[in-house]
Write a protein that binds this ligand. Structure first.
Ligand code: NAG
Ligand code: NAG
Ligand code: NAG
Ligand code: NAG
Ligand code: NAG
Ligand code: NAG
Ligand code: NAG
Ligand code: NAG
Ligand code: NAG
Ligand code: NAG
Ligand code: NAG
Ligand code: CA
Length: 580
């Protein structure tokens, strides 16, 4: 208590010494004078003439998936650099807090899908926590140009520079430049004051965070990685599994039938966690005990819908639907949930948890023939068409002759091609751990775009690699001292899940990570908030893997349950080399 008081007095006195107003320092010339020198990164030259800087006062900011609503003041800065000999132009974007609000922190942020940034949408969370926050355009042309727009120079010709910028180099340069710029802007480069460096991102942004933790051990003090799109090639091809199952079993379920099965799964599995609240906090118990056959014959009905390209993934136009759950529909769902295997039954990958909606399985309705048919997942189709076949297209034209074995061969092909750029599952984190780094990794338990088990698999790979020949509990707690994984009940893909509105959401991850890194406050459980539903506004605690939540007499416990833990692990015996 006393030392806290002393620290805050110290911080206040430092702030007084550094009393410049935002408007005094948020100028083109002051920013130019604060730019890192060209010997910071070998081969990188910053262009001082590119600097744009302007103060923004009292901006209302909102992005509930990453931080609570707020009002911030900041200096809005962009500038560009080039790679010597390449004649390219990479733009970086930083929000700098007002000098009085700066707390010796820096934050890099990442993107989603094939975007390397989230625009400025994650930057305010940094400013709210006294950090300079940055984003990069990767050199792709503009902050809104995504990697997939520049990946091919022509059909058959890969543009390798963007591939590696997207893979890991872009965020690394953003961070190294951002840290030095921050120190010089706030006059701490010569004082020896520690600048804490962080990273935050979800989905592709989660993968980008891991690319830094795995490769640049001393760059970050802490990283928040949500639902990472790592094991990239398996992950992208897996998006086609549902479609290939439908084609193989020759049944294309109406959307409403799939929605009904999901709703029934949620209803049936909700109480297994000991609390009937519409949230499936234990998808593992659901997987172990719920028999989806029990939904056969249940009636469903849904209104017609125009479909939308404004949602992700886009939805197709559908007529009003009215029917009962069919044995064929259930056979498709069982095979989807069973997960990818080859024609000999050897396991290739795994699927979403039961309770996740079947986004990849979406079908299309032919209004001329009144029949349901294939609608190829753009996420999976684009990967194969563009990144394997090197065709400039946004989806594969058809899945003719594509079998379970074809999917496996696409994975093998892509894995070898992108192991050193996109795959991002290197499990030896020794340099990061030795430097004292911390990782807060979270994943929605009902994620419908990246299987939740993929995060569990990586945590387990790191555990086995970092602590070989060590008993499970001992190594799990050793790993949890610096890398914790939280599976969030009911949560969807990097966002709350409208089908389970009573679920908690970890909105304050950055202050939690900061407290862990700077004050040693270990997030034994993860602080979360109910953003909607019956408990809106109340807080909740998320159990850390491998412990699982269980409510007894209304009280949450984090329990050790071997059968549940085992249900998250898969032997990918279709491959002869390890899949981390
Ligand atoms: C946060 O701000 C958004 C956009 O202004 C608003 O729609 C939302 O209701 C606000 N949320 C809260 C909890 O105040
Ligand atoms: C910040 O600067 C960028 C680039 O100069 C500009 O596009 C953006 O509108 C600015 N944002 C705000 C909030 O002023
Ligand atoms: C790829 O297709 C897009 C959209 O049709 C087009 O804008 C772009 O120029 C094409 N790129 C190449 C390398 O052909
Ligand atoms: C850094 O120091 C210079 C020179 O003393 C001063 O003009 C400037 O305002 C300081 N910057 C900040 C952010 O306080
Ligand atoms: C599934 O449940 C949601 C509410 O959670 C509801 O809006 C939707 O109509 C239901 N769908 C079916 C097919 O029952
Ligand atoms: C569910 O139905 C499938 C297909 O009819 C069948 O193979 C399976 O054994 C059934 N499962 C149970 C638990 O009855
Ligand atoms: C579903 O079909 C039945 C039988 O045709 C009909 O009675 C019922 O009104 C329909 N319901 C809806 C919502 O269309
Ligand atoms: C490149 O491939 C796309 C997709 O297959 C095709 O539409 C386009 O015509 C091709 N471009 C050229 C120049 O051949
Ligand atoms: C699919 O396989 C059949 C029989 O092996 C072959 O005749 C046909 O050309 C193949 N179609 C495509 C699109 O490859
Ligand atoms: C690991 O610890 C849990 C309690 O947290 C205990 O139930 C379990 O038996 C232990 N497992 C082993 C293999 O020691
Ligand atoms: C948890 O988050 C809430 C805001 O959602 C905050 O009020 C509370 O102080 C946090 N608790 C801890 C222990 O960090
Ligand atoms: Ca529940």
């Amino acid at each position: 208590m006393q030392s806290r008081l002393w620290l805050s007095l110290l911080a206040a006195s430092k702030a007084v010494a550094q009393s410049a107003h935002l408007s005094e320092v948020c100028t083109k010339s002051y920013v130019q004078a604060s730019l890192p020198s060209d010997d910071l990164i070998l081969g990188v030259t910053i262009d001082p003439t590119s600097v744009v800087a302007s103060p923004v006062i009292g901006a209302s900011v909102s992005n509930p998936n990453y931080y609570p609503n707020g009002t911030i003041d900041f200096c809005n800065v962009t500038f560009a650099y080039s790679h010597n000999g390449r004649n390219d132009r990479v733009q970086v974007w930083y929000y700098l807090p007002a000098p009085l609000d700066f707390q010796n922190r820096y934050l890099s942020t990442g993107g989603g899908g094939y975007a390397i940034n989230s625009g400025s949408r994650l930057l305010p969370g940094g400013v709210m926590n006294g950090a300079v926050a940055g984003a990069t355009d990767g050199g792709f042309g503009s902050f809104s140009t995504s990697f997939d727009e520049v990946f091919l120079l022509a059909n058959g010709t890969i543009n390798y520079q963007p591939l590696y910028m997207f893979g890991y180099q872009g965020i690394q340069e953003l961070t190294v430049i951002g840290k030095q710029f921050t120190k010089q802007f706030f006059n701490i480069s010569s004082t020896g004051t520690k600048l804490y460096a962080y990273y935050q991102g979800c989905s592709e942004g989660g993968r980008e965070g891991w690319s830094q933790v795995q490769r640049f051990g001393e760059e970050l003090d802490g990283a928040i990685t949500g639902a990472p799109a790592f094991r990239f090639v398996h992950q992208q091809v897996q998006h086609l599994w549902s479609n290939v199952v439908e084609q193989t079993l020759d049944y294309f379920p109406p959307q409403c039938e799939l929605d009904k099965i999901v709703n029934e799964t949620i209803t049936a599995c909700d109480p297994l966690d000991g609390k009937t609240d519409g949230v499936v906090a234990r998808t593992d118990l659901c997987k172990l005990s719920f028999d989806v056959n029990s939904t056969i014959g249940l009636p469903y009905s849904c209104p017609a819908s125009e479909g939308s390209t404004m949602v992700f993934p886009p939805t197709n136009p559908v007529p009003a639907q009215n029917g009962t759950v069919t044995p064929q529909g259930i056979a498709v769902v069982r095979e989807i949930l069973n997960g990818m295997h080859d024609l000999e039954g050897r396991r290739v990958y795994f699927s979403y948890q039961p309770s996740a909606s079947f986004a990849d399985a979406q079908t299309s309705y032919d209004f001329d023939t009144n029949t349901w048919g294939l609608s190829i997942s753009g996420l999976g189709g684009q990967f194969v068409e563009k990144y394997l076949f090197l065709q400039n297209a946004s989806n594969i034209p058809n899945l003719n002759n594509v079998t379970y074995d074809t999917l496996k061969s696409w994975i093998t092909q892509g894995w070898m091609k992108y192991e050193d750029s996109l795959q991002t599952t290197w499990p030896d984190l020794t340099p990061f751990h030795t430097a004292g780094g911390k990782v807060l990794h979270y994943h929605g338990e009902s994620d419908n775009s990246i299987p939740t088990a993929s995060s569990v698999r990586y945590w387990e790979s790191v555990r086995k690699t970092m602590y070989p020949n060590t008993p499970y509990n001992e190594s799990a707690s050793a790993l949890n001292a610096w890398y914790r994984l939280f599976l969030v009940p009911g949560m969807g893909h990097c966002a709350p899940n409208p089908l389970q509105p009573n679920g908690p959401y970890p909105q304050n991850n950055l202050p939690v990570l900061i407290d862990w890194v700077e004050n040693g406050v270990e997030p034994v459980t993860l602080n979360a908030t109910h953003l909607a539903g019956d408990l809106e506004g109340q807080s909740a605690e998320i159990c850390a893997w491998p412990l699982r939540p269980l409510w007894r007499d209304g009280e949450e416990q984090c329990v050790y349950d071997q059968a549940s833990i085992d249900s998250w692990h898969y032997d990918l015996d279709a491959f002869k080399v390890p899949v981390y």
